[in-house]
Each structure stands twice: as C-alpha cells, then as structure tokens.
Design a protein around this ligand. Sequence first.
Ligand SMILES: Cc1cc2nc3c(=O)[nH]c(=O)nc-3n(C[C@H](O)[C@H](O)[C@H](O)COP(=O)(O)OP(=O)(O)OC[C@H]3O[C@@H](n4cnc5c(N)ncnc54)[C@H](O)[C@@H]3O)c2cc1C
Length: 761
Amino acid sequence: MSRIHFLLIWLSLLILSCSAERLEISLRKPPYQCLEGCYDALSLVTFGDIKAKKPTIKDQCNSTSFVSSLALCSSNYCSSKQQIDGWKYITSECEGSKIDLQPQGEVLLSIDTSEVPSTSIFGKKKTVNGTILLDQRSFDAGYRTVNSQWQRLAYSHAFGFAVYLFLIVIVLIGLCNRLLCLMVNRNLPDSPEDPDVPRSTRSPTIWSRGYTWWRKNVTMPALFGYRHSQPWGWVSIPTRMQSILIFSFIAINIIFTCVGYDLFDDNTEDTNDKQAQLLDQLQYRTGVMCVYNLPLLWLLAGRNDVILWITGWSYSSVNLWHRYIARLAVIQAFIHGVVYSIDKRDSLAERFFHRMYWGTGVFALICFIFLVVFSIKPIRTRWYEIFLVTHIALAVCSLVLLYFHLTHMKGKFDPYVYACGAVWGLDRLIRLLRIVVLTYKALSSKGKNTIAVMSNDDSGLIRLSITTSIRIIPKPGHYYFLYHPFSIKPWENHPFTVASWEINDDSTTLHFLVAPQKGATKKWRKRVSKTPERSDNIRLLIEGPYGHSNPVERYENLLLVAGGSGITSMLAYIHTMKYHRQDLRDVVTKKVTLVWVVKNLHYAMDVIQNELKEFVDTSNGIKGISVNIQLHLTKDTDSTTTTLAGSPAMSRDNSKSTGSSPNTLSSPTMFAEKVYQDEETKEPGEKPSGALTIHYGRPEMHYLVDTALSRLVGGERLAVSACGPAAMIDDMRKAVCELYGSEEGKVDGRTLEYFEELFSW
Ligand SMILES: Cc1cc2nc3c(=O)[nH]c(=O)nc-3n(C[C@H](O)[C@H](O)[C@H](O)COP(=O)(O)OP(=O)(O)OC[C@H]3O[C@@H](n4cnc5c(N)ncnc54)[C@H](O)[C@@H]3O)c2cc1C
C-alpha cells in the first residue's frame, strides 16, 4: 500500500470522525438570538398563570401572559427579520412540547398596549398577571447573557478549530522547508572539472546566502545553548525552527485561552458576579481547548503519522512536538478541573458521588498528570519498556474516562474522542499490516527467518540477518522495529537501522548490527552466546521501513561520523554506493571519509574485520570512490593502554595517527599495519582507494569538518552525516553552524550540508 493510500485513509477517517454537523464551529450569531434575549429575561419574571416553581418550556408556551410578553418584547426590541426568525424558533420549541403557538402578529393584535406595564427583572420580585413590556435594562441583560453564552460556546470551538488551522500552517512550513532542502540538493551545480579553481572563488548567490542563514540560524541550532540531542535537565531543547513552531502553537493556545470573555453586571445567570462568570467561561474554554488538542497529541505519537510523511521530519522531532502538546493539554485539563472545582465549590462532594462526569473527569485528570510525570527523560531512558506499557495503559484509560466525562455534553465532543481512537487504531493497524506483509512467512511452523551470529564474545556484537517474506528495496537510513514473537513479551519491539542487504528473487535479506544493551538485546545476546557456534536460527518479525534516506551521494565529498553503534547507519550508505549504486540518483561522490569514534576496541575490530573489511582493503573499496576510515578509540582501559603501549605518541588534536601495535592485538593491527596511510604525507592523487588509520582519544568535530572542507577543490561540496551519542551529535551540529557563513574561512549551504541521525527519542 503506497503512502498516498495511507494518507487518504487517514484523512477520510479524520473527516468522518469529525463530521461537521456535530461540531459547533460557527462565528455567526443565530438569527433568533434577539428573541432568546427576551425569553431569557422573561424567564426571571413570575407570571400568575404559571404555577410551576421551576417552569419548563411547556409551562411557558402554555402561558398566555408569557407568550404575549415575549411577542411584545420581540416587536419592541428586535428587527423585523429577527422577529420572524425568533418566532419561528419559539414556535418550533413549543411544538416540541406539543403546543401550537399563534403567529406573532395575531398575538400582538390581542394586546392592548396602552394597558401594558413596563417591568424590570431587577429589584423586588412580584407576580405579574397579563402582558408586560420588559424595560430596556432588562432586555439588555437578557440579550447580553444569551450572547455571552453563545460566545462561550462559539469562541471555544472556533479557537479550538483555529488551532487545527494553525497546525496546517505549521505542516505547510515543514513541507516548504523540505522542498527547499530537496531543491538545494537536486539543483546542486556541477562541480568544475578544474581542481585548481579554489573553493573560495565561488560567489554566493542570494539564494545560497538565504539558505545558509536559514540553516545556520533557524533550522539547525538549539533554541539556546547548544544542547538539543542531549537533555537539558529533564527536558529536550528544541531547535530554533522547532521552537518557533512549538512555542507559537503554545502561544496561540494561551492567547485563545485568555481572550473573548464578556464579563458584565446584570448577567441574568450570575448577576454582578464577574468572578463567577469568569470561572464558568474559563473552565469551559480550557476544557474545550484541551479536547481539541487531544487528537493532535495522539496523531503525533504514532509511527505512521501523516504529518511525518508530509514534512519529512524525523520521528524524534515529531515526538518532541507530542511531548510539548501533551504538557500543554495537561495544563489545560488541570486549569479546567481546578477552575470548575472553585466554581462549584459548594457542591463538590455531591457532584463527585452523584454525577458521572465529575468522578470520571477527576480520574482522567489524574491519568493525564501521571502520563506526563512518567514520561520524563530519566524514566524514559532508564526503564523504556515500563514507560511504554504504563504510557499506553494510562493513555487508553484517560481516553475511556474522558469519553464518560463528556457524556453529559450530549455527544458534542465525542468526535474528538473517536478521532483519538481512530488515529491510534489506524497506526496500530498499519503497524500490523507492515509486519504481516514483511514477515508473514515467519508465522508458520517452519518460519525461522533470522540468523543471529556473535562472531566475537568480547565485542558482544550480534549480527542479525533477517529474510523478509517479500522482495523489498531498502534504503540507507531506514530502520525497522524487530519483534520476538514467541518470547515472554511478544509485543516488545526495538528499532534497528539496516546496515546492508541482499536482494534475492522473491525476498530480501536485511543485515543488522545490534550492540546489546541491558534489556531485550541482552537476552538475545545470552541466547546466541549459549549456542556452541555462537549462531542461532530464530524467528523475528519486522515492522518498517521507517526513517528517511539522505541524498549524500549528490556530494563529491562525504564525511560520515559515527559514534559507537551509530556505525550501522553509516555502513548502509557506503554499502549502497558499492552494491546498489543503480538505486541511487546521479552519484557524484569521489571521496568518503568515515570517522568512527568507539570505546570498545573489540567491537571496533569486529566490524573492521567484517563489514568494513572490503573498504579497508585497498583493492576492494568502492569503484571510483576513495574510502578513508579513521578509527578513534576512546576507552582508556588497561588492555587498551597495554596493547597500544608500543604505538607512537598520539596527539589529541587528531593530526597524527598510528597503525603499529604489539602482537596482543594481532588481528586488529594486521589491518592497521597493512593499510595504514598517514594522510598528511600523501598527495591526494597518490591515495589508495581504501585506508584505515587508528587514532586515540575523541576527535574534535569542528576540526574534522574544517579539515574535510580544506580538502575540497574547485566547486566540490561536502556532506556531513553524523550518527552517535547525543553529545557528539550536538558537537557536530555546533561545528557545522559555526562553519556556515559568508565571511572569510566560512562556507555556504551549497558547499556544506549536514544530515543527522539519532538512535534515541
Ligand atoms: C531509530 C533508531 C535506530 C537504531 N538503530 C540501532 C542499530 O542499528 N544498532 C543498535 O545496536 N542500536 C540501534 N538503536 C538503539 C536500539 O534500539 C536500542 O539499543 C535497543 O532498543 C535497546 O534495547 P534494550 O531492551 O536492550 O535496551 P535497554 O537496556 O532497556 O535500554 C537501552 C537504551 O535504549 C533505549 N530503548 C530501549 N528500547 C527502545 C525502543 N523500543 N525504542 C527506542 N529506544 C529504546 C532506552 O531508552 C535506553 O536509552 C537504534 C535506536 C533508534 C531509535
């Protein structure tokens, strides 16, 4: 099923669940409002021919005095059109109580206006017999009260709906940003053949200046400081672009919560008590705004999210949105609850035990608060599975409670609750479809589709080769969620980036590198390490693909920077260039520099001896593309210090490297010795098509990019792609931002592009 189909299903479901007739989104005042004003004020008058203490519409329609007073009030204060519409309205209301009302003209004819007293609804109340004419103040009070009630409803819905419109604007901005990046990447100028043309002679165009400014100041840097991938305390700081969008969304919500209240003396509901009026209107407004925000919240939580497809934003960006909207919605729900409690403080206990909306509302709010509290970064990262299970359970509970909370609104808000359920259900359905389509054969009794191998106990690395049930063409940057269907927790799934693949006749074998952590991956590791050959045949289901592929092949020079298990992502790019070049558009890449910063030497050497072997080996690199691999070892363990004791001194500025080492590390160093090239001593033309250099200590990101830029010739461009720990990613983003500019020594967005991939959200 193509994305466009998903999109259509999404939209139609959303439109269906929000069927317009059920939504009260209109800023047009009802035509009968003038008569309603009369009705409201007259309802406060005690008529002698109405016996009931709390008269119903039926009692009023049956009362000759009430009806004639209504007709007189309408003819006195309303325009002819308002009178016609108003009388139609009251006639149909009376019809509902099986009472036929005379036309207004006939009623008026029966009134002797000279006998009619002018009456006020204020002051001492007394019973009136016969027709009365409301005085101006009484009519105004009734009319304004009706108007403010209408406003309370209409504004809340209109503001809630405006939030959706604003979201559409945000998505369009995201789409434009995506198109801009695509245009820049597609229309890259061909690099001049003459390598003697220095890079600095390329004059920036107005477009390239604008794009550079946009990247440097808006889309890349964090809102403040430089931490974006790393948490700031318990929260993540969005980039400036994300901040503009997120905070303007929040600002719109705050503005819409604060404006449009008509508080006045003489309100027939809360006479002269403006505080009571405010409490009533505020609780309603915040409640409605919260309900409007919920479908967005649920939409942004999904993996199969239409916003994600349109804007091309990463799941982690959309997830950041989800978190901020969630906080906003919880604050709105909290204000709604607190304000309502203050407003109804005299009857709290009675409401709690006897009204369903009250108890369900309280518990829904508690669920909301727990949802946000249990989602803070430390809990999310330390106990991901616990977080996930409680998050889903609380979210479902809160939605069910909300449904019952809203029953007293007579279905007015049900479409929003259904919309939440629809987006959630659809996301789950698409996930299931993806799993079934990709790995349905694994569900049969002979369906073991995965070979899990651990070639080196010390590295701990597990290689998973999963054969899909159909033939697919993966792309670098794609990741899949892996499920172990016959485990204790079959629902548990973890994302892994495809490192390489083989396309068979009717299937595809995807290769993943898994660096085991402390949860499910540790169990996988235990299981494989128990087998004598360190190889196990298992059954895994996969769901995907997710993620985006970056057009790095459109750049002559690539700087791929990986930290730890982030190497997987980079392997996929070089693998595609070597084996699936036909799937890429116009490959112009001439040189790839892969910088891998890694703590575990054994892990590093395991990958170098396997996945990177052919690139390290000078004769088997990528045809026409030189590949240089810089391994940066960062762990100062005893073994590392000892084994590398004989190595030449390493300076921390990365300008020197070594390839020699003692026998204890014979395998790793065999590679290093064989292919070691000191880049500083070689002319560009002499370089082999593959090389490995080993460095000690962390490389400085600014230095890496600056060095790569200094090696560009002519009109060559550089794409930097980074995947690794949050701190490294933040450093790299900062380095690229610093290097963007039009001054001496800086480069523009045509020459340098940055792509980022994260293994966390
Ligand atoms: C898009 C993406 C691609 C990834 N690609 C690879 C890869 O190619 N190779 C690789 O070794 N690792 C990759 N990871 C990381 C990998 O998903 C986690 O290491 C794995 O989920 C840990 O599982 P665990 O139960 O053993 O973890 P735990 O020990 O329970 O947790 C370790 C860390 O992983 C995080 N984590 C756990 N489960 C998930 C989950 N379902 N989704 C997101 N984060 C989770 C936790 O928050 C924690 O920070 C990727 C992560 C993401 C988000």
